[in-house]
Design a protein around this ligand. Structure first.
Ligand code: XMP
Length: 517
């Protein structure tokens, strides 16, 4: 793999993704990694990420400089660039010339293989206080800015390169080109990592792990569980049984999509548990968001355990016990829950599919090394319908946390209708690719006065919350075209009884979260 060394900024995951977008497999390691650990992973290249601190600050993240002696092709970014400069004999100083955000960089000389094919003047994204004031001996300065004499350097013989700016963010005009130059041209790595070989690799591995035992999987209707289940099915066929818990908090058409389209396209053996009555019973009278989440999570586990016991008994009677449970854990979940030490825990992970630890199963997690966009690509290749694979992230607790106030059947109906209209119009306008997700929220405990026909109405507002995001950790509200908003608003207020007002949420995250509860 290409190892991305994480110095504690949020950028490391993004770098790992960009490397994979370039067709090269990448993994994250913490900056505290030892030389022996690095050697054991046998990396083809290394990228040192940015970090929050100055190399001179107390508690600045350290890195074992003897790792450079291994001679692994290396690209340092921002803080990683400064760590490199310092370790290799250059000079880093607190010049007082801070640069934040869009900055003009000028390529020096031919820019070396790193900046090949990029213009002399380019717009780059900076975020640093200290600067490299002298490149190490034998290193060519490849770019500079008004405030930073050494904004990029390189040594072709050693295959060591560094840039002060962030090529992994889209605001750096030629960022991806620079990452690809490093990987393909400098380090000579082919672009041969793709979803096709992930499927082959995983299928072989799952077969080996499972043997002739039986497997159970919880389907939520979301992308991750749909793809992991289909992948395991590809590997072991009818040794797998998928369980879908309908908690009554799904959107319009979702159950049918899973029971019909998904089953038809994958051939997965599916059991649906009808649990809406139970869930709504337990949610009656509850308005506190955390309490709702807890109840939904608990009831999900109960429903799942009930079927599981029945299946286990049946399998035992037939002599092939159920030994394995499929989970759709993704790479960011692994990294966020401490897999990449040194990364700040920004948000604790909440997943209603998060089954209890005391379940007596071994886990199969075929998506553990993958990012969401890669999971989608694999799902498409497995033939899962676009309506499921292309689906926006939908929270495990479903519409239960999109009704502000008590969750009732009647309120669910109202929200489902409004949500279906919003989704339909967004798709019709071709905006699905631009939006990360668009929660539609019912302010069930708020009423507002309206006028329709000749009469006064006293109904509820619906909130549209369209957001753009790369990973849901941060988000901005999406600037949807006014005519699309107007169409959605008109249709909802005309077609959904009880709703007489549609409002737009124009808050970024932070400070707002994506969901309202
Ligand atoms: P927030 O609201 O925290 O959401 O900004 C970030 C992303 O996570 C989704 N989300 C959840 N997903 N179980 C899930 O599986 C949950 O309890 C849950 N809460 C929020 C949310 O839709 C967004 O994509």
């Amino acid at each position: 793999p290409v190892l991305v060394v994480d110095f504690g900024a949020q950028y490391a995951q993004l770098i790992a993704r960009r490397v994979r977008e370039a067709g090269v497999y990448s993994e994250l390691v913490p900056h505290s990694v030892s030389k022996a650990e690095i050697e054991a992973k046998n990396p083809v290249a290394m990228i040192l990420s940015g970090g929050p601190s100055s190399v001179y600050a107390d508690g600045a993240p350290e890195f074992d400089a003897s790792i450079f002696d291994l001679g692994i092709p290396t690209l340092g970014i921002c803080y990683g660039f400064q760590v490199m400069a310092q370790a290799l004999g250059g000079e880093v100083a607190q010049t007082g010339n801070r640069e934040y955000g869009a900055t003009d960089a000028t390529v020096a000389g031919d820019g070396g293989v790193l900046l090949e094919g990029t213009p002399v003047d380019q717009n780059v994204w900076m975020s640093h206080g200290d600067s490299v004031v002298k490149a190490p001996d034998g290193y060519q300065v490849l770019a500079s800015t008004a405030g930073t004499p050494v904004a990029a350097f390189g040594n072709a013989d050693a295959c060591f390169y560094g840039v002060q700016w962030h090529p992994e963010v889209k605001h750096s005009d030629y960022g991806q080109r620079i990452i690809e130059n490093f990987l393909h041209k400098a380090a000579g790595l082919p672009a041969d990592w793709n979803s096709g070989n992930v499927i082959e690799e995983q299928v072989a591995r799952i077969r080996e792990q499972v043997g002739s035992a039986r497997v159970i999987s919880a389907l939520s209707g979301g992308v991750d569980s749909a793809v992991s289940t289909a992948l395991v099915h590809r590997a072991v066929g009818d040794q797998l049984t998928a369980v879908f818990v309908d908690h009554g908090l799904l959107r319009q058409g979702e159950r049918e999509q899973v029971e019909k389209d998904y089953v038809e396209s994958t051939g997965v053996r599916l059991i649906t548990v009808d649990a809406a009555d139970t869930f709504l019973g337990h949610l009656a009278g509850v308005t506190d968001p955390e309490e709702k989440r807890k109840i939904i999570g608990r009831e999900f586990i109960r429903a799942f355990e009930k079927v599981q016991r029945e299946l286990v008994d049946e399998a035992k009677a037939e002599g092939e016990p159920i030994k394995f449970l499929v989970q759709g854990t993704l790479y960011p979940d692994v990294v966020e829950s401490g897999g990449g030490a040194g990364t700040a825990n920004i948000k604790s992970h909440h997943n209603v599919g998060g089954l209890p630890d005391d379940l007596d199963f071994e886990l199969i997690e075929p998506l553990r090394t993958l990012f969401k966009d890669e999971v989608r690509a694999i799902g498409r290749e497995l033939g899962i319908p676009e309506a499921i694979v292309g689906r926006q992230p939908f929270p495990g607790p479903g519409l239960g946390i999109r009704i502000i106030g008590e969750v009732t059947r009647e309120r669910l109906e109202i929200l489902r209708d409004a949500d279906a209209i919003a989704r339909e119009e967004l798709t019709k306008a071709g905006l699905d690719g631009e939006i990360w997700q668009c929660p539609v929220v019912l302010l069930a405990d708020v009423r507002s006065v309206g006028v329709q026909g000749d009469g006064r109405t006293y109904g509820h507002p619906i909130v549209l919350r369209p957001v753009s995001s790369e990973d849901a950790m941060t988000a901005d509200w999406t600037r949807l075209p006014y005519d699309v908003l107007s169409k959605i608003s008109n249709r909802i207020t005309n077609e959904v009884r009880e709703v007489n007002r549609v409002v737009l949420d124009v808050t970024s995250k932070p400070p707002g979260t994506i969901e309202w509860e």
